[in-house]
Design a protein around this ligand. Structure first.
Ligand code: UT7
Length: 335
């Protein structure tokens, strides 16, 4: 059996910076509320028509491919995670295959929201461990701004999310002590609707009925979040799944060199940091600059931490995520 290691990383965010003050011109909110509750100062929004979820993913992927030192045609498989796809179907994976002009490799779409990148890495890792593939392109990308309610009605959600993409190349690693040591995935569908976007799900409402009603107050095309309930579950599950990963590898909290938590809320990251007594240099946060970019948040943060030399060879790197589903997971990596 082989291991997989991350051999290349890249990210892309649109140039357009949207500050908290910019949002307060659209809805009743203010910089102090947003910073105090979430830590977010600004986020990026695409300029309408200039980028799509797939296009951003492709830009991130090109950087990751180059840094991995491989050719695009060395890629054996694509895993694409998003909750904001270009189309309802087909998924973004095939669009990446087309836009990168890669040969006709398999392309799989992952729909696990904020845990999407962790799930995607876990899938790619299994294909490499089994010997089936050598190089897998894993992308997390989100275009939230085109689907949020920027009126006061939607402020509990719309101030939090930002656009962007991150990508990683997973490559076969012969040394069993290096690379991805283990991945840990969970779900609790009992709380599916607590953080959800119901339309255009056919199980929710038939399209014919939506068209017939043509109701401008139908908010089912906007995401809903029971913020406090999600927050309470997040802090518990983040802690649990990090400990599960450490235990599986006979490691302890003190062995962590870098924790990259999904960037849901700075207060959640700080809670975990305090609980685990990790120093500031061992937790990477960038939600202040980008908001919550869902499936893209971990690969963007991981790429930035790596670019800033905060991750070195042999470091123990832990990725952890929690989000809609509920789904959550962790990845334990010996870099
Ligand atoms: O990435 C996936 C996982 N997501 C998360 O883990 C997010 C978890 N939840 C959170 O981060 C927080 O719950 C939020 C940041 C979403 C909200 O913070 P909160 O402290 O839980 O606030 P709240 O929802 O309880 O709202 C408190 C008040 C309400 O007003 P009243 O009812 O007390 O008068 C809201 O209407 O704040 C109001 N409010 C706002 N005020 C100004 C909600 N959104 C805003 C806003 N600006 N943007």
């Amino acid at each position: 059996m082989y291991n997989s290691r991350i051999s290349g990383l890249g990210f892309y965010v649109p140039d357009n910076v949207v500050t908290n003050d910019d949002l307060s011109k659209l809805m009743e909110t203010d910089d102090a509320w947003i910073q105090e509750r979430t830590g977010i100062k600004e986020r990026r929004h695409v300029v309408k028509g200039e980028d799509t979820t797939t296009k951003m993913g492709v830009k991130a992927a090109k950087i990751a491919i180059e840094r991995a030192g491989i050719d695009k045609d060395d890629i054996d498989f694509i895993v694409f995670a998003t909750l904001s796809p270009d189309y309802y179907f087909p998924g973004g994976g095939v669009l990446v295959q087309r836009d990168l002009d890669i040969k006709t490799v398999g392309a799989l779409d992952v729909r696990n929201q904020c845990s999407g990148f962790v799930y995607a890495i876990s899938i790619a890792d299994q294909y490499i461990k089994s010997g089936m593939y050598k190089n897998i392109l894993v992308i997390g990308s989100e275009l939230h701004s085109g689907g949020l309610d920027f009126t006061t009605r939607g402020r509990g959600v719309s101030v939090i999310f930002g656009d962007g993409a991150g990508a990683a190349i997973l490559t076969r690693e012969e040394d069993p002590k290096k690379g991805i040591l283990s991945t840990h995935l969970h779900s609790e569908g009992q709380h599916a609707e607590e953080l959800s976007l119901l339309a255009p799900g056919i199980g929710y409402r038939w399209v014919t009925d939506i068209l017939k009603d043509n109701d401008p107050d139908d908010v089912s095309y906007y995401p809903y979040m029971n913020g406090q309930f999600v927050f309470k579950n997040a802090v518990v599950r983040f802690s649990e799944v990090i400990m599960e990963g450490l235990k599986k590898n006979k490691l302890e909290v003190k062995d962590i060199d870098m924790l990259i938590p999904h960037q849901a809320n700075l207060r959640i990251s700080q809670f975990i940091q305090r609980k685990f007594r990790l120093t500031d240099d061992k937790v990477y946060n960038n939600i202040m600059k980008y908001g919550n970019t869902t499936a893209a948040s971990i690969p963007i943060a991981l790429t930035e931490a790596w670019e800033q030399d905060k991750i070195k060879e042999d470091d123990l790197v832990v990725l952890a995520a929690f989000g809609s589903g509920f789904t959550w997971g962790s990845v334990i990596i010996r870099w």
